[in-house]
Design a protein around this ligand. Structure first.
Ligand code: PMP
Ligand code: GLN
Length: 381
């Protein structure tokens, strides 16, 4: 008999984007900007498509991109990284996550996951034989329960998967929370896989602090970034992993069998982009912060309970104050069909026992698109 494939379902992003198209909705579900990133970066890719490189690049990535990733680690976080032995390019952060789990996990190993969690973590952990152990950050403040965190570490814990800044919560972990996570990793000899794709999308003057930079973490952490987020080019799927050779070596072995390489012309353009001046990076977060503020104010005026958002593309809202019938999934279905606005039910980001009353809106959209969404919601409510 054929095996039964469990744990691989249609993602909420696919479901909501299909519904958005079918209903001609304003799509604030799946997280992607509706304006393409910097023209000079795109032009660099275009030139590299014509002039090359167009053949398989080195398995670990083009040297110039690996050098740029290492230089960024120094420039933004004062981390010393050897580009030759500690950086690898992947086809998006998603591939990076898969490579890390394929390489580091053995069946039965426990992995600490923090809910609400990005959607690919759970199926990947399960498919690599890992046992998910959950800890939560709790709305409305999204603070981490440090006692629960401590209890989650056992003698079987292999990895903690940390997404900071956090999708969908828009949370940036505090120094104290990161310091405690680091202490527990050291104490229990645990690896950290850090999904930091939103590292440049922090608001209100906050600065990203990689877990890798905490005492004892340099050798036990891998840090994942994504050009999709840093350059508003989500379809490019260029990601990068930084980590000590003893971790990166097995991860690179996994990468050989997953994609082996990533389009070299895009790598060339991303290498160029990472060298842009500080104004580019601060400008990107300032632009998003202004959108967050306008959209959050509009939602609050309509009666949504808007939760704090310190970074990412996403605003999470409590829909309970609106007095609508049904859970978040039902409300999102009605919102896309009746109001013509697609959002994502936050329960999709929980393993079980999800709170039923939160929805996520993506706000990295043109001002007029956000205004149209608010107008449609006003008519609907
Ligand atoms: N991690 C998080 C937290 C994300 O939100 C996303 C989605 N953009 C990814 C990973 C995947 O990134 P990429 O598109 O580079 O694969
Ligand atoms: N990261 C995007 C989000 O959270 C979705 C990416 C995807 O479609 N898998 O909306």
């Amino acid at each position: 008999t054929n095996p039964v494939f469990t744990g691989l379902e249609t993602t909420i992003f696919e479901t909501m984007s299909r519904l958005a198209i079918a209903n001609k909705a304003v799509n604030l579900g799946q997280g992607f900007p509706d304006v393409d990133g910097p023209e000079d970066v795109r032009r660099t890719a275009a030139e590299a498509l014509i002039d090359g490189p167009n053949q398989y690049p080195p398995m670990l990535g083009l040297p110039e991109l690996r050098q740029a990733v290492a230089a960024s680690a120094k420039r933004f976080y004062d981390l010393d990284v050897d580009w030759q032995s500690e950086v690898m390019v992947t086809s998006g952060a998603t591939e990076a996550l898969a490579d890390c789990l394929l390489a580091l996990m053995e069946p039965g190993d426990e992995v600490i996951l923090i809910e609400p969690l990005y959607d690919c973590y759970l199926p990947m952990v399960r498919r690599t034989g890992g046992i998910p152990v959950r800890v939560r950050v709790t709305p409305p403040s999204w603070s981490l329960d440090l006692d629960a965190l401590e209890k989650a570490f056992t003698e079987n814990t292999k990895v903690i998967l940390l997404n900071n800044p956090m999708n969908p919560a828009g949370k940036v972990f505090s120094e104290a929370e990161l310091a405690r996570i680091a202490e527990l990793c050291v104490e229990h000899d645990v690896f950290a896989i850090c999904d930091e794709v939103y590292e440049h999308l922090l608001f209100d003057g906050k600065r990203h602090r990689p877990l890798m930079s905490f005492p004892g973490m340099r050798e036990r952490t891998v840090r994942i970034g994504s050009a999709g987020k840093t350059f508003s080019l989500t379809g490019w799927k260029v990601g990068y992993i930084t980590g000590a050779p003893k971790l990166l070596d097995p991860i690179a072995k996994a990468h050989q069998y997953v994609t082996f390489t990533t389009p070299p012309n895009l790598q060339k353009a991303v290498a160029y982009g990472l060298g842009k001046d500080d104004g580019y990076f601060t400008g990107l977060s300032a632009e998003l912060q202004a959108k967050r503020d306008v959209f959050a104010a509009g939602l609050a005026e309509l009666g949504f309970g808007v939760l704090p958002c310190e970074g990412t593309y996403f605003l999470t809202c409590d829909v309970a104050p609106l007095g609508l019938a049904g859970r978040d999934t039902e409300i999102c279905r009605r919102m896309v069909e009746e109001a013509g606005v697609a959002a994502v039910p936050v329960s999709a980001f929980y393993i079980a026992d999800a709170p039923p009353n939160y929805v996520r809106f993506c706000f990295c959209k043109k001002d007029e698109v956000l205004a149209e969404a608010l107008a449609r919601l006003r008519t609907w409510l």
